[in-house]
Design a protein around this ligand. Structure first.
Ligand code: 5GP
Length: 249
């Protein structure tokens, strides 16, 4: 379904209920962000598995239908709350989201304030893997965010993972737009110093580092990590340029 202009405007102008936002101001919110193939999904799953008493996954609301991931069907209330557009619009009208956004042009994704309040009742740290615009909105609201941007150790490592992931599954123009989107995200991490930058070099170490940042014991944005990030963005931009010159649009 195409999202019409009226609904688009509503999302663009969306403001949550201020009193409800104030009520969740103290909840630590850990956001794992990372380019496709950086490993954030496995890292998030492992942190949640290892520390179930500390972290709770934020179940977002989405208008997209459940899908199967590697043969495992998503579950309502576990992976997402699956809602229709009319419900999403009612939530917008009621100010019930912390933030909501249109993702991949055709669906509305957002977090309900009530979801965070529930995590607050349990005394846990909230964790999610929302996209960069969503993180930005949380930051703007002044909430207690700990955003973590996960990067691969080098372009070569990433490129192998990326190809392995998509080989034979998606066509090159699509891979190209995913790479373009990845570069945009890298630039976002470069430009916004609220992001911790974490290099996913060794899986176990990275899980522990995320746990320390998540608990507020560490803040990671070192010169060396920023250098890896810059190198990655430069290499990716060069790769995109070379690809475009071979496939003029
Ligand atoms: P997917 O459909 O693959 O599960 O997710 C698509 C995108 O939606 C991902 O980039 C994910 O980070 C983002 N997303 C998931 N939940 C939320 C949310 O509550 N808010 C925002 N802004 N993005 C979300």
């Amino acid at each position: 379904m195409e999202i019409d202009q009226r609904l688009r405007q509503k999302i663009a102008n969306y403001k949550p209920d201020p009193a409800a936002i104030l009520s969740i101001a103290d909840v630590p919110l850990v956001f794992l962000v990372g380019i496709t193939g950086a490993g954030k999904d496995s890292l998030q799953a492992e942190v949640l598995r290892r520390y179930p008493d500390t972290y709770k996954f934020i179940v977002s609301h989405t208008t997209r239908p459940p899908r199967s991931n590697n043969g495992v069907m998503e579950r309502d209330g576990v992976d997402y709350h699956y809602i229709d557009f009319a419900t999403a619009e009612r939530m917008l009208d009621a100010g019930a989201y912390v933030e909501a956004n249109i993702v991949y042009y055709k669906n509305i994704y957002g977090t309900a304030i009530a979801e965070i309040q529930e995590i607050q009742k349990q005394g846990k740290i909230a964790m999610s893997d929302i996209e960069v615009q969503g993180v930005h909105q949380y930051v703007d609201l002044g909430l207690n965010v700990r955003p973590i941007f996960i990067i691969p150790p080098s372009f070569d490592v990433w490129w192998k993972r990326f190809q392995g992931r998509y080989e034979g599954k998606i066509e090159w123009p699509d891979a190209f737009s995913r790479m373009r989107a990845a570069l945009d995200e890298l630039e976002c991490a470069q430009d916004n110093d609220y992001y911790n930058i974490v290099i996913n070099d060794n899986f176990d170490d990275t899980v522990e580092l995320i746990n320390r940042i998540g608990k507020g014991q560490s803040r990671e944005r070192s010169e060396s990590a920023l250098a890896v990030l810059d190198r990655l963005a430069t290499d990716m931009a060069a790769h995109l340029k070379a690809w475009r010159s071979k496939h003029p649009v």
